[in-house]
Design a protein around this ligand. Sequence first.
Ligand SMILES: NC(=O)c1ccc[n+]([C@@H]2O[C@H](COP(=O)([O-])OP(=O)(O)OC[C@H]3O[C@@H](n4cnc5c(N)ncnc54)[C@H](OP(=O)(O)O)[C@@H]3O)[C@@H](O)[C@H]2O)c1
Length: 300
Amino acid sequence: MAAPRIAILGAGSLGLLFGASLAASGQSVHLLRRPGHRPTEERIRLERGGERRELSLPASGIDSPPPDLSHVILCTKAHDAAPAIRQLAPALPPGAAVLTLQNGLGSQDAVAAALPGHPVSAGCTTEGAWRRDARTVVHAGIGVTRIGPLQGDDVDWCQRLGPAGLGCEPVPDIRRWLVDKLRVNALLNPLTVLHDCRNGGVLEIPGARAALESLGAEADAVLAAAGYRFAEGAAARTAAVARATADNVSSMLQDYRAGRRLELDAITGAILTLGARHGIATPEHQRIYDTLRGLAAVGR
Ligand SMILES: NC(=O)c1ccc[n+]([C@@H]2O[C@H](COP(=O)([O-])OP(=O)(O)OC[C@H]3O[C@@H](n4cnc5c(N)ncnc54)[C@H](OP(=O)(O)O)[C@@H]3O)[C@@H](O)[C@H]2O)c1
């Protein structure tokens, strides 16, 4: 059997972390860039714990992928995931397995729907990565990626990620992990943008603290109606995360400051969608959604 060939679709912060780590462990990795990107070798730098590794990875546009891909790790933002996979789907060899790693909810099912007949898994990762420049990725937070099947065969992705030094845990119910992360992201991320503060700020700014409680109560009601039960409420869980990551700038605030599109639909929008589906009112999430849509449209 030919050795697995793994494509990274969405070679941004997380994509370069996964791609460089896999390549550093001797696995065959290919970066898929935007359509029209000319085939090339890219020098990628991976910085982790004071060490710096240089790797040379083949790359091409998503419109000219190599013919022998066996695995694809989809690392775009949530709103780009389904459009990107639709671009790749016609050229994907039968049986090629896809792992989709977006935050939020909704993109995972859209990706699976675009890939009938392919095994699709979803991952929920606590790894942290950012790009120092277009080709240098910093592994800023060592985490774990929980992976479970969404469609078709259950592919053992940990067999690929484990040897690459990326913590990996197969889970039977990946949706529960995605929802658990969603409820924290839906409280923390919008409030950091609204108050232009680091994660810890939402616990100190009185207006943010009050909003955390009311957003949390709505999220708890929505998720309970959708069948998800957690020992700890969303506000308490988010407060613990905000305390543990007090100095971090949330991904949504980073995107806002850089003028990039926010993952608002996949995060706050997912709570609104679930609320509407289960007849639970979500006025606080709606207010924050409308405000951030307005802010993002105006930009900084
Ligand atoms: N970074 C983290 O530490 C982290 C941790 C946990 C979860 N996540 C989640 O992981 C996902 C990715 O985050 P990220 O921080 O890695 O985002 P990012 O740095 O913005 O990277 C996304 C990449 O996808 C590329 N892309 C989008 N559409 C494409 C297409 N059609 N064809 C080829 N490439 C395409 C973008 O290219 P362009 O640059 O050309 O737009 C960009 O390089 C998000 O859902 C995020 O919430 C991230």
